[in-house]
Design a binder for this molecule. Structure first.
Ligand code: C5P
Length: 221
């Protein structure tokens, strides 16, 4: 059976990472969270007090180590050996990351790293530019989306479970701002690839969405 390359893109909160992780697990593939890579660089830039649009942040990408677990799809994120898996999910990092992700030199380094990670096949990679730039020859391209209010609600619940008490309307505005930055940047903006299959998850359960993706994969294996 062919070990496919599956690209999943979409805006913040569409359910990409949850769904991609589960799909990878069921297929016995590796899940690669490219957002975590940009977040790790944003975290390090915050830590080192480097301006987010400074080209020198590109070198930080080489310090990131993603520990990918095949068994449970868990991704541990390390920078210089320090575990920052939870630290990259804070609201501070979320607010900064889309600025960092606009730096051309950084995107260039990430593109190469991510292509290498997918080279052997048997991967589900999620992000914003996977189907359009990183893996234009992916076997399957999915564009996951959902209404902005549903996406904000999901993120709000996620943050609440982690102890953050954030105003829902404020969170929705922040997500809209991040979407705008991701969609309007010059390099590799967030857009569905022309050959991507769009799945609107607003009214779908996680399980329904994963099932749809697995069916698509089975057709092409
Ligand atoms: O997926 P997640 O929301 O964790 O991604 C965080 C940010 O990283 C995105 O809003 C985007 O600015 C950036 N990103 C990107 N390209 C990717 C993955 C993420 O620009 N392939």
């Amino acid at each position: 059976m062919k070990r496919l390359i599956v690209a999943i893109d979409g805006p913040a909160g569409a359910g990409k990472s949850t769904v991609a992780k589960l799909a990878a697990q069921r297929l016995g593939y590796t899940y690669i969270d490219t957002g975590a890579m940009y977040r790790a660089v944003a975290w390090q830039a915050l830590n080192d007090r480097i301006e987010p649009d400074n080209e020198s942040i590109a070198r930080l990408a080489h310090k990131i180590d993603l520990k990918l677990s095949y068994a449970d799809g868990k991704t541990e994120v390390l920078v210089n050996g320090k575990d920052i898996t939870d630290a990259i999910r804070t609201p501070e990092v979320s607010r900064l990351v889309s600025k960092v992700a606009q730096v051309p030199a950084l995107r260039d380094v990430m593109l190469k790293l991510q292509r290498n990670m997918a080279a052997q096949g048997g991967v589900v990679m999620d992000g914003r530019d996977i189907g359009t730039h990183v893996l234009p020859n992916a076997d399957i391209k999915i564009f996951l989306t959902a209404s902005i209010s549903e996406r904000a609600k999901r993120r709000w619940l996620e943050l609440k479970a982690r102890g953050y008490n954030i105003d829902l309307a404020e969170l929705e505005a922040e997500i809209a701002c991040r979407d705008k930055q991701d969609c309007e940047r010059d390099i590799a903006p967030l857009i569905a690839a022309t050959d991507a299959i769009t799945i609107d998850t607003t009214k779908l359960t996680i399980n329904d969405t994963v099932k749809k993706i697995i069916e698509l994969c089975k057709e092409r294996q």
